[in-house]
Design a protein around this ligand. Sequence first.
Ligand code: TYD
Ligand code: MG
Length: 485
Amino acid sequence: MAKNTLSFVCQNCGAAYNRWQGKCDACGEWNTLAEEDSTGNVPVSIRSKRKGRTFALESLSGKSHDAPRLSSGMTELDRVTGGGFVRGSVLLVGGDPGIGKSTLLTQATSMMARAGHRAVYISGEEAVAQVRLRAERLGLANAPVQLASETSVEDIVSTLSEGTVPRLIVIDSIQTMWTDTVESAPGTVTQVRASAQALIRFAKKTGAAIILVGHVTKDGQIAGPRVVEHMVDAVLSFEGEGSQQFRILRAVKNRFGPTDEIGVFEMTGLGLREVSNPSELFLSERDLGSPGTAVFAGIEGTRPVLVELQALVAPTSLGTPRRAVVGWDPSRLSMVLAVLEAHCGVKLSGHDVYLNVAGGLRIQEPAADLAAAAALVSSLVNAPLPTDAVYFGEISLSGAVRPVAQTSARLKEAAKLGFGRAVLPESARGDAGDAGLTLNSVGGLTTLVAEIAARGTPRGNHQAQRDAEPVEKNATPARFRREKG
Ligand code: TYD
Ligand code: MG
């Protein structure tokens, strides 16, 4: 029997120590160790005497009844989960406070309940009246959702064990739950882990799908135990800029589906609206005819998404120039800048460089290299790029432009949205198909830089440049000429 059942558990990563220390050796965070009872307080009688029971082993080819997946009724949510909720699975949804997690899940439970399934919403954070108020605002007050404001996992499990098995249970949030089996305070790693374990056990036993809401810390990690991320079947992250209406649901981990799909929503006065064509949304407020913007034809999961990249290259007043990037990998930006300097003679060491992906989207594809390079050079030489062109292609360290996957899907989407030409890797021409776009293929970055530079004049001579070459505003599809607001 253990003499000392107390230990110090890091509230960030869950590492346990037998004495206090200021810094967690496992994750490097300071002041995150808290004293907890880490044994789980299982009674000694059970621990020592319980004999393992035997169970039947089954074959892979056996038959399972019931549709394994259940559509949520929201296409964008289904896209991210990989086609609906899997029976007996547990999902963790993380996101900043106020991003719309409760709104999303209220909508999902209501849709399920309306479709005739038993759907339960347990809020540990808000009173029943508050949840009702939100449902009323969303126009969902008449949906037959079963609602409760509870935090005890044992009470929740016994209540839900009665009657028909719920198809969907939302627990908002896992950090507010607590279980009798451990003695630590609610919100501590041990409590969160034990509560999650109990709920996961319930899901596996009954076949109900459970969604756990998880808080995130300042730096975007799901607060408390990373261990919960390992325990659940899927981790979804709900992201967006507070000031903007777009919200993006992204699968970070998914045992039953892809992890590169995104679901796009718009927060309106009547809750979250699904956006089935994100390109239109990301391009709706384009700054036409300004230098430094390029449209990237990207792929998110199985879906092509067009998005504007915005660059600003300005002479620096600092010893070390600034490089700031939002929505793209900073090391990718450094690489593109280095290639521009080394192979294309573009001197950027005396300039601050800012790069932004419009609409709060986070791009992970290297295919964005070419669009980023075009936007950067366009800003440097102060030459707007053609407004009806899209860009994609990966840049190698040698300055060559390399092909990327799904060329024809990218081109089709661009054609659908009214674009007239595409700047793409030379070697991708063969996969282009017939989308009806003018193809401008480039083998090396130097070619593209020369083309853009030929259009431009140095900064400060902007008016002369405008006079010399009027921006072809009318070459742009009418839908992108929408006014702001
Ligand atoms: P909420 O779902 O409570 O966020 P979370 O659970 O992630 O903390 O959403 C809160 C925000 O959403 C709040 O700032 C108001 C806004 N909102 C709308 O704009 N429209 C709506 O219909 C609703 C319900 C909320
Ligand atoms: Mg909430």
